[in-house]
Ligand binder design. Sequence first.
Ligand code: NAP
Length: 262
Amino acid sequence: MKRIAVLTGPTGGLGRAFMNELMHEDLEEIWAVGRNPAKLADLCAAYGPKAVPVRCDLGVEGEVRGLALLLAEQKPDIRFLINNAGVARMGKIEGFSDDELSKTIEINCKTPTLICQYALPYMTRGARILNIASASSFQPNPYIALYSATKAYLRSYSRSMNYELKDRGISCTAVCPGWVDTPMLRRTQNGNKVRFPGMVSPEKVVKKAMRDAKKGRDMSVCSLFVKQEHLWSKLMPQKWSMAIWGRAVKRYVEDQNSLPAK
Ligand SMILES: NC(=O)c1ccc[n+]([C@@H]2O[C@H](COP(=O)([O-])OP(=O)(O)OC[C@H]3O[C@@H](n4cnc5c(N)ncnc54)[C@H](OP(=O)(O)O)[C@@H]3O)[C@@H](O)[C@H]2O)c1
């Protein structure tokens, strides 16, 4: 049986950093699951034959089922499953179309849930699932309400999975970064540079996530800054933290109905 890793969103900022880490693992193949054939081809050419492109639009349920069929056909030994792909937009709730609401929930919640389910029959003791949630999952966050709620779902689901899977020796880690320096973040707003307090590199998040996953932890929180945010989210009434967050970002949303989201 081939020892493989399955990684979604390998073409993004955190995805590339996961690719780099996975190259050092004892794996025969890394399945790079993405929607853009040209980007996947470039990526796999850069990493060599260990990187296998798997084309799949994670916002289309039929295509996600294709991944289940591929697993059933190849019956690999999945050592790592990393549900990393995600989408985010900041804006007032009424500015989201039906399609954007559905796609965000699909890509951030439903698809990683299905992929875990498809992968589990091919995972044995010591296998690791990493689901990339966010520090936005710690509390409700106005103006990134949808994104924040999807990441709260993913964090909760992942932690319960970690508990349930202990008997099988499989771990599931919810990775909860704050701001990460990737293309997901919009750098300027009306010509002004946007500040991202506590921003870290994707490499830092990924190295910590891999370490935490190997220890079987149910959550990975990378920096002191985000650990403090996590602590505050437990101690401070959520009405207060929402008010602080809402005041800090409202001006961006009023300027323009879209912004970077963490
Ligand atoms: N950056 C941050 O500050 C931050 C903070 C906390 C959590 N996160 C989470 O970290 C994860 C990675 O984000 P990132 O910052 O690395 O973002 P990114 O650079 O924008 O990468 C996003 C990845 O998701 C893929 N993707 C998006 N929609 C897809 C679809 N329908 N089908 C297949 N692939 C799709 C993208 O593929 P394409 O290349 O084809 O677009 C890309 O590879 C996300 O789950 C995000 O929510 C990010």
